[in-house]
Design a protein around this ligand. Structure first.
Ligand code: 4NP
Length: 155
């Protein structure tokens, strides 16, 4: 089972989602059955570490993002992954533009997994204040727990 998280730059939101979801997977003892990755629809930051603010908020929760490097989303991801979880509608549109017949991934907005939360999109925290990253962390953490329940039922 393979799960991919997608945002714009692959340095703020989707690296957090990769780290948080992997943490949930490891805590559930499912690390050998669920592969986790992230990518950005844009290529500006390819090869870079996650944003220091994402690294910091994850570290506060015991999650290490420094093992990650940014990469760009490719259309092949829609065949390699079972779930492609996208942070906002703009990036969802970009991903959907790349769909071809034969694609196997379920493509969905991340916050669809957490209907108890009012947000539909995970807001881009790149240009905002630091507390935006804590809010993003909480949103993604809630959605990750629900996503793991869904994925676990498909194993
Ligand atoms: P992300 O945030 O999509 O959550 O990684 C962004 C990071 C960088 C840029 C935009 C969004 N940028 O334009 O460089």
């Amino acid at each position: 089972m393979r799960v991919l998280f997608v945002c714009l730059g692959n340095i703020c939101r989707s690296p957090l989602a990769e780290g948080i979801f992997r943490h949930h997977v490891e805590q559930a003892g499912l690390a050998d059955q669920i592969e986790v990755d992230s990518a950005g629809t844009g290529g500006w930051h390819v090869g870079e570490l996650p944003d220091p603010r994402s690294i910091e908020v994850a570290a506060r929760h015991g999650i290490d993002l420094t093992v990650q490097r940014a990469r760009q989303f490719t259309p092949e991801d829609l065949r390699r992954f079972d779930h492609v979880m996208v942070m906002d509608r703009s990036n969802l549109n970009t991903v959907r533009r790349h769909t071809r017949s034969g694609d196997t991934a379920r493509v969905a907005l991340m916050m669809e997994e957490a209907p108890e939360r009012p947000e539909i999109e995970v807001p881009d925290p790149y240009y905002g204040a630091g507390d935006g990253f804590q809010r993003v962390y909480e949103m993604i953490d809630a959605a990750s727990a629900a996503l793991l329940e869904r994925v676990r039922g498909e194993l």
